[in-house]
Design a protein around this ligand. Structure first.
Ligand code: QUE
Length: 357
């Protein structure tokens, strides 16, 4: 059994409880945590005592802020193969959660970004609280929405997924419910009781088709109604400006409008990596016609192209290393991103292809 000091596993009655336990790093996922979680899910898949899996994070701030991209940055600069292994293992775990046969419940009681979305959104139940803050912010670090983002963003009501992918906009509980990225809203102070009731479920072991309804019943019983969704209120603006046929056209639309909303979003996009914006646009366009596993293969190709490029390292430097938040993107302008540069992110990798086993 793979073990890791930053992730805890407990069996509480009928549930397998996972706790991401790296609070100083906002529970960001290391390769060790990813491998340990994957191994434990495979063990619990076969364990007839475990009726459902619950995942949560330690500490008051975060469920999980993402992947340990700082380690990936160091690896890329040193030529270590962690740049391949990290994404390969992370995306394989995302796939296992997507296809997991038992109810999988994520308690999103805090920051849930990037890699944190990947270990929650693909599960059957995603619980938002008043502390939930969700985002796919990768265009700010010269990357693209990965961990299955191509799949789930391209399946939101258009063009909301593109809006979230390009801007990295943050969602609160009301927004998360509105988009159906969250399935339930439960106030944070009720989660302990929810976990207790799930652990105490009395099940018929050879009738696994009844487990899901039992879990859902506990969740619904504690659910409440969040306030109004800002995202829902912005729908007209999002449709008008993001329902365009290219990133350049989105930018033109925002520039010409000159409302506060348009100006604010224009300024946000100006700070993002131009390459990231354009490959993310192409990613979502392609993903609409791909099944989940094909989306993950595409994302793996994209991740490896980013590892061979410039902006990921510059983004991590600016946000997580030097923290000057002043990245110098190359190319610096949307118009300088060529078709050849874009296509290079979608090319098959030959013998280095992501293989699921
Ligand atoms: C955009 C991102 C990430 C980010 C910040 C961004 C991201 C990510 C982290 C992160 C946060 C805390 C950590 C850590 C990583 O920050 O993907 O290791 O301790 O993982 O603006 O995409």
């Amino acid at each position: 059994m793979a073990e890791d000091p930053n992730i805890l596993f407990e069996q509480q009655g009928r549930i397998g409880m996972v706790t991401l336990d790296r609070p100083k790093a906002l529970n960001a996922l290391t390769l060790g945590m990813i491998e340990a979680l994957h191994a434990k899910l495979e063990e619990w898949r076969e364990d007839s005592v475990v009726q459902a899996v619950v995942i949560r994070g330690t500490g008051p701030k975060a469920f999980c802020a993402g992947g340990d991209v700082r380690a990936v940055y160091d690896a890329g600069r040193e030529g270590s193969d962690l740049t391949q292994r990290f994404f390969h293992q992370e995306y394989s775990l995302n796939r296992t959660i997507k296809h997991y046969p038992k109810p999988f419940v994520a308690l999103l009681d805090g920051i849930t970004m990037g890699g944190g979305m990947g270990v929650s959104i693909h599960g059957r139940y995603r619980i938002a609280t008043e502390k939930t803050l969700m985002a796919m912010p990768e265009t700010a670090i010269g990357f693209f929405p990965d961990v299955g983002g191509s799949y789930f963003l391209s399946r939101l009501q258009e063009p909301v997924g593109l809006y979230l992918a390009l801007t990295g906009a943050r969602l609160d509980a009301a927004d998360a419910l509105h988009t159906e990225l969250a399935t339930h809203y439960i106030p944070s102070d009720r989660l302990e009781e929810v976990v207790h009731q799930l652990s105490a479920l009395d099940i018929v072991e050879d009738e696994p088709w009844t487990w899901d309804a039992q879990v859902a019943e506990v969740l619904v019983r504690h659910s409440d109604v969040p306030g109004d969704s800002t995202l829902a209120g912005d729908h007209r603006e999002i449709e008008r400006h993001f329902g365009q046929e290219s990133v350049g056209a989105v930018m033109d639309s925002l520039r010409e409008d000159n409302s506060d909303w348009a100006n604010e979003h224009f300024d946000t996009l100006q700070k993002r990596s131009p390459t990231s914006l354009i490959i993310s646009f192409e990613e979502l366009r392609r993903a609409a016609n791909l099944d989940f596993d094909s989306c993950m293969r595409m994302e793996y190709r994209m991740s490896q192209a980013c590892m061979a490029g410039h902006d990921f390292y510059e983004g991590i430097r600016a946000v997580l290393v030097d923290k000057d938040h002043a990245p110098k993107w190359v190319p610096a302008d949307l118009t300088e991103v060529t078709q050849e540069m874009v296509q290079a992110h979608f090319r098959p990798l030959g013998e280095d292809e992501l293989a699921f086993d």
